[in-house]
Design a protein around this ligand. Sequence first.
Ligand code: SF4
Length: 179
Amino acid sequence: MKLQVAGIVRESIVDGPGIRLALYVQGCPHRCPGCHNPQTWDPAGGTAMALSDLQKLILGANGIDGVTFSGGEPFAQPGPLLSLALTARSRGLNVVLYSGYTFEELWEKSRCDSAVLGLLQAGWLLVDGPYLQSRRSLSLPFRGSANQRLIDLAPSLQAGRAVLWESDFPSRDCWSKIE
Ligand code: SF4
């Protein structure tokens, strides 16, 4: 199995709490005006990478708190990303997901797509919704516009509604510096 990849950052501090291995997937149907990564829109662009190589990358990464899947649109490739999320979880890493879909849209998709449900279940936090230029903000951690939410996935899936994340992350001192 392969994943269409736009880029990889081995130690990111802007894609979720702590230090993270960030995987940016290729392909995005949302086409938000003002998107900073329009080169990720074409699903045929980027590089097709073998899942086994990406699993090795995750298993061999040291000094990170977790893994982030961003884009592009991660939920356009939920099957391979679910596999990678489970690899990350197997070594105690948390998983942060970005999506141009809202939690409510993904919740609806998850009813008929087991990979979407699995990926949501394997995730820790979800940054949801499209980038809206009219609500652009430079002061929100890990988000580009104020409509985007930091959602705590476990209680959200239990309740069937978005539950916002209230941080108790041990590396808070680290990421609060970039708020
Ligand atoms: S969802 Fe993200 S990658 Fe896709 S168009 Fe919007 S800002 Fe760009």
